[in-house]
Design a protein around this ligand. Structure first.
Ligand code: ZN
Ligand code: ZN
Length: 126
């Protein structure tokens, strides 16, 4: 089974995810823009038992990050783990988003990703 590793910028927090994600997406919402400082986030969702992490994290609104270097890393609970895929050790990844959230907030210079489902807001808001 494939095992992927990731870490924060300073290396104090490390994690791994085993197997393929349940789904991979990108999100253009205001929360994702502000927390990342970028135009969108690229994330994958795994079952909780596929995820493990070491190192101290801080948390804000359910989103965990490294308190030392500030890298945004993951959100996880007993059910699933949502990983910010830019924190994986290998770039580029071989993971491809199948959906886009909050496309109403997408930068005008970005095109819809071919083949990806487009949601005006969250998936559940449709
Ligand atoms: Zn760090
Ligand atoms: Zn978002």
């Amino acid at each position: 089974m494939i095992l992927r590793h990731g870490s924060c910028r300073c290396g104090r927090v490390r994690y791994s995810v085993s197997g393929e994600p349940k789904r991979v997406g990108i999100c253009h919402c205001t929360d994702c823009r502000q927390e990342s400082g970028s135009a969108f986030t690229f994330f994958g969702i795994w079952e909780a038992e596929a995820f493990s992490a070491t190192g101290e994290t801080a948390i804000y609104e359910g989103r965990k990050f490294c308190p030392q270097c500030g890298s945004r890393l993951f959100s996880n609970d007993d059910v699933e783990a949502e990983i910010k895929l830019g924190s994986l050790d290998t770039a580029p990844t071989n993971l491809v988003p199948t959906y886009e959230l909050w496309v109403r907030r997408r930068e005008r210079w970005l095109q819809p990703l071919p083949g990806a489902e487009q949601y005006d807001q969250d998936r559940l808001a449709e």
